[in-house]
Design a protein around this ligand. Structure first.
Ligand code: PMP
Length: 280
């Protein structure tokens, strides 16, 4: 059965949705996106994603489509109900018939697409990760669709039967995962890399920080060295499609993670309670 997708004002069969070959999103990755998490066919933290989408558009000077994004997401969920997954929204700078790196004074009309995609509800089991050099550009705070370095890192993880690649910068610090933010728990405190142009300000990252605060756990936004991953008592990753999950192995090294009585287990319980309240 084909899914219904949104494209520039219409909800149509995915097979019928077409974008020009001259679209700058296709030619230059000149586009941004968001993934709004869906649980039991309800949206999670929609406003936070919209704020980040608007920021990404603003940083790249892409015109914001004048549409009701919430209405589009809700309509997609009516047409394609999903138990667990996300709504993907993508805005490109638009079609430019004369291919050229620059676009100024061309008054381009952005292309907007959105679709719902079901995923697997995460199993509460420890994941495997690899470390991998962070080969990305200097504005990873913008949620652009230029994801080649992330894709290559994640592919390498898959080749090694791992679930995620943790990206390490030239100075040996952990930035984030290929599509996740990273936390460690060590000697009673939680640490996560500070917001900068090197990482995405994850909506789930922020939700986790708030959850830890409610639990009375200190969470410091501080740089984490690659070595710290192996010295930590627990390592977690967060994202809109994974919630918060523990890492059990990094580069085939067993971190000896045991879920019962871990801080992760307590955090995830509280996370899920807070999440149910925030779904709409
Ligand atoms: N970092 C990167 C590079 C990502 O692609 C994602 C997934 N959107 C995240 C972090 C996690 O962000 P969020 O919690 O908002 O999904």
């Amino acid at each position: 059965m084909s899914s219904k997708v949104y494209i520039n004002g219409d909800f149509i069969d995915s097979e019928l949705a077409k974008i020009s070959v001259f679209d700058r999103g296709f030619l230059f990755s000149d586009s941004v996106y968001e993934v709004v998490h869906v649980d039991t066919n309800k949206l999670f933290l929609f406003e936070e994603h919209l704020i980040r989408l608007r920021r990404s558009l603003c940083e790249l000077k892409i015109q914001e489509p004048q549409v009701d994004f919430l209405k589009i997401c809700k309509e997609l969920l009516l047409l394609n109900p999903i138990d667990y997954g996300g709504i993907y929204i993508q805005v490109t700078r638009g079609e430019q018939k004369q291919r050229s790196h620059f676009w100024n004074n061309k008054n381009l009309t952005p292309n907007l697409i959105a679709f719902a995609q079901a995923g697997m509800r995460p199993e509460s089991k420890a994941l495997k990760a690899i470390t991998y050099p962070d080969l990305r550009w200097g504005r990873c705070d913008i949620k652009s669709t230029s994801l080649l370095a992330n894709v290559l890192a994640r592919e390498e993880a898959a080749l090694k039967s791992a679930d995620e690649a943790l990206l390490i910068n030239l100075e040996g610090f952990v930035n984030e995962g290929s599509s996740t933010n990273v936390f460690i728990f060590k000697k009673g405190k939680v640490y996560t890399p500070p917001l900068s142009e090197n990482i995405l300000a994850g909506v789930t990252r922020n939700f986790c920080i708030e959850t830890l605060k409610e639990m009375g756990i200190i969470c410091l936004e501080q740089k984490i060295l690659k070595e710290d991953l192996f010295l930590a008592e627990e390592v977690w990753i967060t994202s809109s499609t994974k919630d918060v999950l523990p890492i059990g192995y990094i580069d085939d090294q067993d971190l000896n993670f045991k879920a019962p009585n871990s801080l992760w287990e307590k955090l995830y319980e509280k996370f899920k309670q807070r999440k149910i309240k925030a779904l709409n």
